[in-house]
Design a binder for this molecule. Structure first.
Ligand code: CO
Length: 169
C-alpha cells in the first residue's frame, strides 16, 4: 500500500467530473487500498478519487470514531437515490486545509453503489454518515463544500483562501 498525495484547492482537477468505473481489476483494488491508507493517514473520514488526482467514481469513508478494527467502506459509482430532512453542521475538506464552515446537508440519505467486489450495495445513513456520503459524492461531480455555502459565507471563505495562497507562495 502507498499513501497518495492529496490535491489542494484551487487545483483544477478537483473541479472536474469523474467517470464511472466499468470493471474492477487488481490494479483498481490496489488503488482503493491506497485511497484508504491515504484517508486514515490524513486523517480524514472520507476520500474521493479525484482528491488524489484520479477522475473515477470511487469513494472510501469511515465515520467511526474508534478506528480499530479499520473498516473502510468503499463505494464505486455511488448514486444518491433518496434524501430527506436538512441539518447544518461543520464541515471541512482534505483539499481545503484549515477551513471549516457550517454546511446544509440532507439529514438522511440512501445511496446505491457497488462495493469493491462488484456487489451492488445500498447504504442508508443519517448524521455524520449522511454528511460524508453527500460530501464525497459531490467530489465526484467537481463540487466542493464551499460551493454549498451562502454567497456571503462563500465570499468570506474565498478571501481567507486567497490570503492563505499568498502566504504559501
Ligand atoms: Co472533501
Amino acid at each position: 500500500m502507498a499513501k497518495l498525495p492529496i490535491l489542494i484547492y484551487p487545483s483544477p482537477i478537483i473541479r472536474k467530473k469523474s467517470l464511472p468505473i466499468t470493471s474492477i481489476n487488481g490494479e483498481l483494488q490496489r488503488f482503493i487500498d491506497d485511497m484508504a491508507e491515504t484517508m486514515y493517514a490524513a486523517p480524514g473520514v472520507g476520500l474521493a478519487a479525484p482528491q488524489v488526482g484520479t477522475l473515477r467514481r470511487i469513494i472510501v469513508l469511515d465515520p467511526h470514531d474508534d478506528r480499530k478494527p479499520i473498516r473502510p467502506l468503499t463505494l464505486i459509482n455511488p448514486e444518491l437515490v433518496a434524501a430527506e430532512g436538512q441539518y447544518m453542521d461543520e464541515e471541512g475538506c482534505l483539499c481545503i486545509p484549515d477551513i471549516k464552515a457550517e454546511v446544509p446537508r440532507f439529514g438522511r440519505v440512501v445511496v446505491k453503489a457497488y462495493d469493491r467486489n462488484e456487489k451492488e450495495i445500498v447504504v442508508e445513513g443519517s448524521g455524520l454518515l449522511a454528511r460524508i456520503l453527500q460530501h464525497e459524492i459531490d467530489h465526484l461531480n467537481g463540487v466542493l463544500f464551499i460551493d454549498r455555502l451562502s454567497t456571503a459565507k462563500r465570499e468570506l471563505v474565498k478571501r481567507r483562501l486567497k490570503k492563505a495562497a499568498k502566504v504559501n507562495s
